[in-house]
Design a protein around this ligand. Structure first.
Ligand code: ADP
Ligand code: MG
Length: 710
């Protein structure tokens, strides 16, 4: 089909959408058409509803456009003026092309400059009206006149006043072929014609209690704010319209979580009983006493496991607080009740370490433990399905392999935000509604835990075992190499062991970074007589295990590694860690790495070797590491530096996106929305009385809640 015919065919299909609804593909909306629909798709817009929910990222006040003669210096100004002339000049030395536009409005003239964008020439003609928005520069007394560098611009047409000037205008993210102004034009007609199609799904009393404006008004005003709306509030996402939209995003997120939780709570699970058998022997056999916090959490887990409803609990606590011991006790409770248990870890190395530790701890208990990773040649699938293996430790292979348990009773997930509701569901399908226990290795701020794990009950281990020493952390620069070497030597001479962590396995052409393989070679020469081992993610399992075993037994003094050692490795005699290119690591990652030391009651230190120049963000991360070792504070700082989107990647975890809402900024609204969502499912767990809400929540969760029974 040639493209003309194709357009015709697509036009024909218009007739199958006799009435416009929120699901109408955007191409059939007046003013869009197939070509623009393709561009809009790049912005994630498919339907009319998507379009209406595509909000501006900022607003500009064009009500009171300033005259050129009264523009302030150094401030962001917007002005409406007429093009006098334009030219492209090339700087003699650097051959840079500068496009210059001279404009006037009768009160003065202004020159706008754009660097290396000579194509701009074609946008402007003499006599045209343009709006320029940028920071005003130049010295009026120096003869140079007023200037703006790289201002935002819009060329005005004759009938633009209504949409593009003389009001607060929305500024949309653009895509090639579709400018912010074109989107604004489209949005103006679309909101006017179709916003009223959106049905109010939110119950009236929720709107009233939380002081929320109606949906249609919120959508209209988020696009084209009323005349007297405060521009600052708009740009901070705090106008009444934003408040409503933010509430809705959180509400649907929480409503989905509440429904999942509710669904599980009415399902039949396993009721484990306390047998005072294996678990008791295990706890008594430990070389230490459990902390009060560990005992408390174990009691909570025990109570959950006794109830005939599937457990869904999160254990939350800082690195080294002893989560694994608690999880193992829970697994043994399942085992002593005749069930199997599994533990799923995010990496192969961690699975291997858990396997080694658990096999050792379960050693005297006559419980058989197996490892399962996808890299293994011979997988213990038969032993697992027959039930001779009671505890399985593994990676994602646990949900990916065609694995059948004989009777899985408890699944433990050791994760670092890498797992979401959806994946937990998959694991649950491996058994008959087994109990689920999630351990987070990185503490996360309370608000985030509430959102990410809103369907889980939370236990906190807020106490470290006695004898832990704070780790002294300090940033070093390459010029201080000798100082670093002498600190390392000092620890080695006391019989301690050290970790040296690199960002890369091998040297790369593209990145000028130090690598573990090269580093190990260099370190062997520098520290003659020191037993140096190397471990990284691309090694064979056997090789990696034997290196780790040698480090554990003290037959290796210096372990050179990549971040594979981030979690789970537990060597009390290790008292120093050097992180090379520390500026390259994320904050949570640095904290996890540092958690490997300071475990044996020795004074320990973490040296962060940073290679300048590095970003402001990197500087903040390094500072945070120096100033605190409290995982919760680290997590909060991390969230503040990275911003919520990146931090918790809702998409990856299978939850609806937050487009308008900001977890940090809007915590208050999150709490309100959460309460309403959970209250609602408390009285109407199937949303029988709220068909519109039910449809809306399923739509936002993209079918992932389809299991909700009606
Ligand atoms: P987490 O998983 O929370 O980072 P682990 O469970 O790996 O912590 O425990 C870290 C280390 O502390 C392990 O060597 C473990 O045996 C030890 N440990 C756990 N609980 C205690 C305790 N109550 N007293 C002393 N040592 C403990
Ligand atoms: Mg651990």
């Amino acid at each position: 089909m040639n493209s003309k015919n194709k357009d015709l065919a697509e036009n024909k299909r218009t007739h199958s959408f006799p009435r416009t609804g929120k699901d109408t593909p955007v191409q059939y909306i007046k003013g869009v058409g197939p070509a623009r629909a393709r561009l809009l798709r790049r912005l994630g817009i498919e339907t009319l509803e998507d379009m209406l929910f595509f909000f501006p990222w900022r607003y500009e006040d064009r009500k009171n456009l300033r005259k050129i003669g009264s523009l302030g210096f150094g401030t962001l100004e917007t002005t409406l003026c007429e093009v006098v002339s334009s030219e492209t000049i090339t700087t003699p030395r650097k051959k840079m092309k500068i496009f210059e536009l001279t404009v006037t409005d009768g009160s003065g003239t202004l020159r706008a400059k754009w660097f290396n964008q000579p194509y701009l020439q074609k946008y402007f003609e003499k006599g045209q009206q343009v709006i320029l928005s940028g920071v005003v520069k130049g010295n009026p007394y120096g003869g140079g006149g007023l200037e703006m560098e790289n201002p935002d611009f819009e060329v005005c047409g004759a009938d633009d006043t209504l949409v593009h000037t003389a009001r607060i205008v929305p500024v949309y993210s653009a895509t090639e072929g579709l400018s912010p102004k074109q989107i604004r034009t489209l949005m103006f007609s679309i909101t006017a014609a179709h916003a009223s199609l959106l049905e109010e799904y939110m119950p009236k009393d929720i709107l009233r209690r939380n002081n929320l404006i109606p949906l249609v008004r919120a959508v209209q005003e988020a696009h084209f704010p009323e005349e007297y709306t405060d521009i600052g509030m708009l740009n901070r996402g705090q106008s009444p319209a934003h408040r409503r939209l933010v509430f809705d995003e959180f509400f649907f997120l929480e409503l989905g979580l509440a429904l999942l939780k509710k669904r599980e709570s009415i399902e039949q699970g396993i009721s484990f009983t306390r047998k005072d058998d294996i678990v008791k022997r295990f706890v008594q056999g430990l070389p230490f006493d459990l902390t009060e916090a560990q005992k408390g959490v174990l009691r909570e887990i025990g109570a959950d496991m006794e109830r005939p409803v599937p457990m869904n609990r999160l254990i939350h606590g800082d690195v080294g607080c002893g989560k694994t011991v608690v999880a193992l006790a829970a697994m043994l409770r399942a085992v002593e009740n005749g069930y199997q248990a599994c533990l799923m870890a995010p990496t192969e190395l961690l699975a291997e370490q858990h396997y080694i530790n658990i096999s050792r701890m379960a050693g005297g208990l006559d419980v058989s433990v197996a490892l399962l990773t996808s890299g293994m040649k011979e997988k213990p699938l038969a032993e697992i399905s027959e039930g001779t293996v009671r505890i399985v430790v593994g990676t994602h292979a646990l949900i990916q392999e065609p694995l059948q348990f004989r009777n899985l009773g408890l699944a433990v997930i050791d994760e670092q935000h890498r797992f979401g509701v959806v994946q937990r569901g998959l694991l649950r399908q491996k058994g008959l509604n087994p109990d689920i226990l999630v351990m987070t290795a990185t503490p996360i701020p309370r608000t985030l835990a509430m959102t990410l794990y809103g369907d889980l009950d939370v236990s906190v281990i807020d106490q470290l075992p006695a004898g832990r020493r704070p780790v002294v952390t300090k940033v070093f620069f390459p010029s201080q190499r000798d100082r670093i070497y002498s600190l390392v030597r000092g620890e080695l001479s006391k019989g301690r062991q050290v970790y040296i962590v690199y960002p890369l396995i091998e040297g790369s052409e593209k990145l000028d970074l130090k690598s573990a393989v090269d580093g190990a070679e260099a370190l062997k020469k520098i520290f003659q007589g020191t037993r140096v081992g190397l471990v990284h993610g691309r090694m064979q399992r056997q090789e990696r295990e034997s290196v780790m075993a040698l480090f554990t037994s003290g037959d290796i003094d210096m372990l050179v590694a990549t971040t594979v050692i981030e979690v789970g490795i537990d060597i009390p005699n290790a008292s120093l860690m050097l992180i090379v290119h520390a500026e390259r690591f994320g904050l949570a990652q640095l904290h996890q790495l540092r958690g490997r030391i300071g475990r044996g009651g020795h004074d320990s230190s973490c040296l962060l070797l940073a290679y300048p120049p590095f970003s402001e963000e990197a500087k903040r991360r390094l500072k945070a590491m120096e100033s605190t070792s409290d995982g919760f504070r680290i997590a909060e700082e991390d969230l503040a530096i990275r911003g919520p989107g990146d931090f918790f990647g809702t998409r990856q975890s299978g939850m609806p996106d937050l487009k308008v809402a900001d977890i940090i900024r809007d915590t208050g609204i999150l709490e309100l929305a959460r309460k309403e969502a959970f209250d609602l499912t408390g009285t109407d767990p199937h949303l029988r009385d709220y068909p519109l809400l039910k449809e809306a929540v399923q739509r936002r969760w993209k079918g992932r809640l389809e299991l909700i029974k009606s």
